[in-house]
Ligand binder design. Structure first.
Ligand code: RRO
Length: 313
């Protein structure tokens, strides 16, 4: 950014309209990405046709998380609206690695931006098969390791523990030269310690936050609203928490930080950049308005250079 982060971020090259953000070999032409699972590019292409390709809202596309085998996802209901947010309990429905490579990858490869594939497994062997499978494909620019899903039994275990996170990164790092981005959970005592462990294990970047573990009751019955009993909270309600965690993580790691959590405006995005993020992701806002990502980028561009240099790490 030429605004509050200008000159102080080693991961940006200050050339075009926006500074290019570099995450290993991944080059982002502007700092706004999508949060995994919050923008369905294949459905959007069906809805908007080639106009989507001509005005793609994000500088890279992050896929919905995939697992080694197909999953049906959690029982309904899967969503609950909260004041300034929502709880999801989607539970990782996906076609599995083979189905993704066969059906989705060819379509996602047509997008005009680099493709980041988000992967999650319940053990190291599963992660290995995913990193091998997607890492060998030229269409894939980078891999996001989701160690922070709150909706799958064991989905959080790795990402809650620095030692587990480091061991996973160390095991996966030799399998691919593609950039590895570790998606961090806010549901842990010390996210910065997990981020440092990811960096030491060989991660090229960290992204945060995933959703905060949350529960809601059905007012009519007094029992859990969500079919799975609990879920993950996202949206503007979590933004102050996300900002604080990004600040703490960015103060401890040297790799780029992708900040997210309730971003709805360019000003929100600028706050994350001011606190040390090199890029940001728009998530929940895209459910209400698929144009939110583009609007955030345009607003961010308009704000660029207006704010004083400020780092609060
Ligand atoms: O699919 C989900 O339920 C889900 C995932 Br994989 C995740 O990483 N974060 C989230 O809130 N939901």
């Amino acid at each position: 950014m030429n605004g509050r982060t200008s000159g102080s971020d080693p991961h940006t090259d200050h050339s075009g309209t926006f500074d290019v953000v570099e995450i290993g070999s991944l080059r982002l032409e502007h700092p706004v990405l999508n949060g995994s699972g919050t923008f369905d590019a294949i459905a959007a292409r069906r809805a908007f046709g080639d106009a989507l390709l001509e005005r793609f809202p994000f500088s890279a596309f992050v896929s919905k998380t995939i697992t080694p085998e197909p999953r049906a996802g959690n029982p309904p209901p899967r969503l609950f609206e909260t004041p300034s947010g929502m709880i999801n309990s989607i539970g990782l429905p996906n076609k599995g690695l083979d189905g993704f490579l066969r059906d989705d990858l060819p379509q996602l490869a047509e997008l005009p931006v680099p493709l980041v594939v988000s992967v999650m497994a319940t053990d190291q062997e599963g992660f290995r098969s995913l990193v091998d499978g997607v890492g060998s494909r030229d269409e894939v620019a980078a891999i996001e390791l989701n160690v922070s899903c709150p909706n799958v039994k064991s989905g959080l275990i790795v990402g809650e523990q620095p030692a587990e996170t480091m061991a996973l990164c160390e095991a996966l790092r030799p399998l691919t030269e593609k950039p590895l981005i570790v998606k961090l959970t806010p549901n842990t005592a010390d996210p910065a310690a997990v981020a440092v462990a990811a960096e030491q294990g060989g991660a090229d970047a960290v992204s945060l936050i995933n959703t905060l573990r949350a529960t809601a009751l059905d007012p009519a019955t007094g029992t859990a609203w969500l079919g799975a009993g609990s879920g993950g909270l996202s949206g503007p309600a979590v933004r102050p928490i996300a900002l604080d965690q990004v600040r703490r993580v960015a103060g401890e790691v040297t790799v780029p930080v992708i900040g997210m959590g309730g971003i709805e405006t360019g000003s929100d995005a600028l706050d994350f950049l001011a606190l040390g993020a090199s890029a940001v992701a728009v998530g929940t806002a895209s459910f209400r308005d698929p144009g939110a990502g583009e609007r955030v980028r345009i607003e961010l561009e308009a704000l660029r250079g207006q704010a004083p240099a400020l780092h609060l790490n």
